[in-house]
Ligand binder design. Structure first.
Ligand SMILES: *[C@@H]1O[C@H](CO)[C@@H](O)[C@H](O)[C@H]1NC(C)=O
Ligand SMILES: *[C@@H]1O[C@H](CO)[C@@H](O)[C@H](O)[C@H]1NC(C)=O
Ligand SMILES: *[C@@H]1O[C@H](CO)[C@@H](O)[C@H](O)[C@H]1NC(C)=O
Ligand SMILES: *[C@@H]1O[C@H](CO)[C@@H](O)[C@H](O)[C@H]1NC(C)=O
Ligand SMILES: *[C@@H]1O[C@H](CO)[C@@H](O)[C@H](O)[C@H]1NC(C)=O
Ligand SMILES: *[C@@H]1O[C@H](CO)[C@@H](O)[C@H](O)[C@H]1NC(C)=O
Ligand SMILES: *[C@@H]1O[C@H](CO)[C@@H](O)[C@H](O)[C@H]1NC(C)=O
Length: 550
């Protein structure tokens, strides 16, 4: 009487598999995911490594993304896809256009929870980081009733090579658009509401969002946005091509740096990993510039452009999507780069001797012109005074390294509030915890140097590649509860005010309110007003030298 043994085994196997794995039928095809556990013990249905575009390899390198076709059978989404090629990270592959979806409540046939969707667009200066779960773990945010999507987009030369006709550029941003279209098509199957998509981008991801707000391609794909520590609206408008960078890339990997055609033909033959690994060789002065490749304005070569007009002008004239916005900065942003400068006698002396040469490299503005020299002199005078640079310059240099992030964000706030009737919530994140993306050198990663760029992300996502898990009893717990509540509340309602906390007033031109997010929430006015007044003066939206030199 052993005939039932195989049957029992089958039944047991099925139970085991369904306890761990979960299936969703989407309009694109069936997907198998796995489960994770949230900080507070909820089951997260996790679908990782979903391909949203064809592998951008071979003839598709330096080409716009091609969306995936629907598939038959079951797509295995139980593990992260690789990172896009970049320095010092594993694993990488040029075939990297994958996204992850996380939810805690799937539709059950009769009822769809249709929760607000948060889409994370990762930071990393357009050349690093990823949407993998070790960079953007869902364990904190998923205690709230939202659906989370994280995604990869092409980076560095592979994402942003722009040579004009031979390569119009913006591939990384076009990847994001294809991922957003995938979300529109499929997210209901995961219990998400395609009519309530909030983009949360950080740094390069926030730059990206400011451009999605003006890009024709991105219309209708999102409904609210959170721009953390970045916006593409700062000291300069975007370039039309990046020939100099392309030449430099060619030189670094041993290609001819002659014509766009010869450059791209040769770059097509270079292994993607080699291109990714070459990034730090673009640095010109210590770790500067921290921003290398950027999106561009595309001229018309018959391609479908992502962006065909300068973004600053589009914002200035009100040609952007009017949606609820949250945006802000951290207390110290890139101040760590000031520490590097004052602690390196060689760099400090070079900067002191030729501030007009090195300041534009460090602080992102035009180089070599009379206007550039004027700007450098004004910045030095305002932040550093007359003294030669020394350890005593740390404070002034730190402020500049904060304001190169803060000013573009402030300009975005000002421009958006002028033309939009939708609220814009402005913040400064000042909470200093035990962990940070930048520690004081010599302290063995125990003493944060203030509140660095990315430090607010520690309380929204589990970043296991660099930090421990913050459980319910950790000192970080209170901040995680506060941050995830505000972010989820904004995704749900368009207003980040949460129960039991001070009412978050939107920014307006006359009151200039912003929220200080520290141990407590405190509503304040006039964030860095005098400092930004200098930057507004030095970097007018329509600088004469750019528009009247021909
Ligand atoms: C999926 O199956 C249908 C029907 O059998 C077939 O027509 C289609 O070509 C298949 N698609 C793929 C991508 O294999
Ligand atoms: C799905 O992928 C994971 C990770 O690569 C692998 O361990 C697992 O066996 C795969 N499952 C199926 C059903 O192929
Ligand atoms: C100072 O910076 C230079 C240029 O980046 C670097 O080569 C050198 O190693 C640094 N010195 C120290 C002591 O860190
Ligand atoms: C600046 O301070 C660092 C330590 O913080 C020290 O190593 C360095 O010698 C100082 N430089 C000067 C010029 O005083
Ligand atoms: C730094 O911390 C690590 C891990 O706690 C320890 O093993 C190491 O000895 C420390 N190094 C110094 C220089 O304090
Ligand atoms: C905004 O406020 C400034 C003064 O702070 C004023 O000069 C400007 O005209 C105002 N703009 C609008 C559109 O109200
Ligand atoms: C903010 O700045 C404006 C001038 O731009 C000034 O009128 C106002 O008093 C300031 N508010 C606070 C609270 O400092």
């Amino acid at each position: 009487m052993m005939w039932w043994y195989p049957l029992l085994l089958l039944v047991v196997l099925k139970c085991v598999s369904s306890a761990q794995n979960v299936h969703v039928k989407t309009p694109s095809g069936e997907i198998e995911g796995s489960t994770l556990t949230s900080r507070l013990g909820k089951t997260i249905y996790s679908f990782r490594g979903i391909r949203y575009a064809k592998a951008p390899i071979n003839e598709l390198r330096f080409k716009p993304p091609v969306p995936v076709e629907n598939w038959n059978g079951t797509y295995n989404a139980t593990a992260d896809g690789p990172n896009c090629p970049q320095p010092a990270t594993d694993p990488v592959s040029e075939d990297c256009l994958f996204l992850n979806v996380y939810t805690t409540k799937l539709p059950d046939g009769t009822n769809n929870p249709k929760r607000p969707v948060i889409v994370h667009i990762h930071p990393g200066g357009f050349y690093a980081f990823s949407g993998r779960s070790n960079w953007v773990g869902p364990q904190y945010l998923m205690d709230k009733e939202v659906v989370l999507v994280t995604l990869n987009y092409r980076l560095g030369a592979l994402g942003f090579l722009s040579l004009g006709k031979e390569s119009p550029g913006n591939y990384g941003l076009k990847d994001q658009v294809v991922a957003l279209r995938w979300i529109q098509k499929n997210i209901e199957a995961f219990g998400g509401d395609p009519g309530s998509v909030t983009l949360h981008g950080y740094s390069a991801g926030a730059w990206s969002i400011s451009l999605h707000m003006v890009a024709l391609m991105s219309r209708g794909l999102f409904h609210k946005a959170i721009l953390g520590s970045g916006a593409a609206l700062g000291q300069w408008d975007l370039p039309y091509a990046q020939l100099d960078l392309a030449k430099k890339q060619a030189q670094i990997v041993g290609c001819p740096d002659t014509t766009p055609k010869e450059i791209i033909d040769c770059l097509r033959t270079v292994p993607a990993e080699k291109l990714g690994n070459s990034l730090f060789q673009f640095r010109e002065f210590g770790s500067n510039p921290v921003l290398i490749w950027s999106p561009v304005v595309e001229d018309d070569y018959g391609q479908e452009p992502f962006l065909d007009e300068p973004a600053l002008r589009l914002f200035r004239y009100g040609n952007f999507q009017k949606i609820p916005i949250m945006t802000g900065i951290t207390k110290d942003e890139f101040a760590g780069l000031a520490v590097e400068l004052v602690q390196n006698a060689t760099l400090l002396k070079q900067l002191d001797d030729d501030f007009e040469k090195y300041a534009p490299i460090c602080f992102f503005y035009e180089r070599g012109t009379e206007r550039s020299k004027d700007i450098s002199r004004s910045i030095r005078d305002f932040y550093l005074g007359d003294e030669p640079l020394s350890n005593a310059s740390l404070n002034g240099l730190s402020k500049i390294y904060k304001d190169i992030v803060g000013f573009p964000v402030d300009r975005a706030v000002e421009l958006i509030s002028r033309k939009s009737s939708k609220p814009i919530y402005y913040y400064e994140f000042t909470y200093q915890g035990r962990y940070s993306f930048y520690y004081l050198p010599g302290t063995n990663n125990t003493v944060p140097n203030g509140v660095a760029h990315h430090d607010d992300l520690l309380y929204l996502y589990y970043i296991s590649i660099a930090f421990p898990f913050f459980g319910p009893n950790s000192p970080e717990s209170k901040m995680i509860e506060k941050m995830t509540s505000m972010w989820a509340q904004f995704a749900k309602t368009g207003n980040p005010t949460i129960a039991g906390e001070v009412e978050w007033e939107p920014y307006s031109n006359d009151t200039k309110k912003y929220m200080e997010i520290g141990e407590k929430l405190t509503l304040k006015n006039n964030l860095s007003e005098e400092r930004y007044a200098l930057w507004r003066k030095l970097f007018p939206i329509f600088p004469k030298t750019v528009y009247y030199t021909f």
